[in-house]
Design a protein around this ligand. Sequence first.
Ligand SMILES: [Zn+2]
Length: 443
Amino acid sequence: MRSKKTLNRITQVCLLIAAFACSASAREWRDVKAGTSMEAEYVRQQGNKVVLKRTSDGKLFAVEFSRLSLGDQAYVMGMGSSKPTASSSSSQKKTTAPAAKNQPSPDALAGMSKKVSNDHRYYRADFSSPWPTEAYASPRQTIQVIKEDSKNDFYVYRSPHFEFQCDAKLGSSAMSKLARIFEATYDYVNKMPLGMLKAHTRGGYFKVLLVESNHSFMQLGGRSGVGGFYDPEKDHVVVPIHNLGVRKLGGSYRVDHEKTNYILMHELTHQLTEPVYFAQGSRGWFSEGIAEYVAGTRYESGKFHLNTSHQKNLMRYITLGGRHANVGSQYDQHLVKEVHMPNLEWFMTMSYGQFSGQNARANYAFGLLLTNYFIHLDRGGTRESLNSFLKGLHEGKTGQTAIDELLLGRSFDQLEKEIAQAYRRSGLVVKFYEPQKLSTQFR
Ligand SMILES: [Zn+2]
């Protein structure tokens, strides 16, 4: 969180960037197997181990990657994926340079990833079920009141899959309504056959901090104009309650209306996404693309619309540059029918710093365009190449090696032609340009 001040952001850019791009600094690490934790600094990766420097005495420890919490694993993966590029702006260099200093060698990454592959985790992961046709949460969610400590303004509630820690006494009635958007997003991501084991975690709760005061939100790492964010280090989502339609009436809280909060859906998707999907080669176009895919799906009263208008809504979301699809027809006249995106090889291999830099808004839309292509349009909608890519990530493949699994023998040029052809059938013209010669044309 310390490096956030260096980021040049717009509301569209999620705060995930900040935590991933930050330099090595002391943080809490958890050994899940032993049930222990310690405050330490990330040093490097060594084979399948992660070397940590304990804050209290500077002693070095080597912890097996697979023993670390999912949040820690995501953090480690993030440390290996920031590489400054020649075309980065100076502000981007500022954020990517410290991480690059600690960038492990490719060999170290491969060694670490082998440990993951030895778990054979993806064999239990679902890649073959049909794509979900519905995702929803019932209007009234069962809420457990875990703690209501008014002295310290600390309240804890649980819905089936989330634990909410609040600084306001929301009560089970308001919580029951609020939990709907969280549980609906959970249902959606959980049903996607993308090998997302983390989303299938049983018995645990995904942590969410609901904050009333803007001051608390800022202190936790929030930014003004941002509807919520995911902190991968702490593996929790932080969201201000006013963004969920909560109002205080007298002494109690009411949920006025169910506010559609697509940034929250985006951030929840990050929380539910498999940590290895943030590896180099995927982080950026796919990790943001899948979060935008969820956020761009029309959501209404606890239900995601995955019917025949789903593709149309996504196209609208893409061409409106990430504004929600739930808009009236007056926006149709502004729809862009032609999208110009940088050539595929350049786009898919750019650093995350660059991805989330000044063209972030367009890059997020291109990420969604590609993710949607690989889910629904490539190879007759079989997800053959996407599955091969995701299984590769589970096996520890990263960077170009992972992307090769996606290409399945095709060249980038060939894939560009296939993408353009597929979208033309949906009425969207996609053109690729050489980024060195042209500036981004996407509006
Ligand atoms: Zn994001």
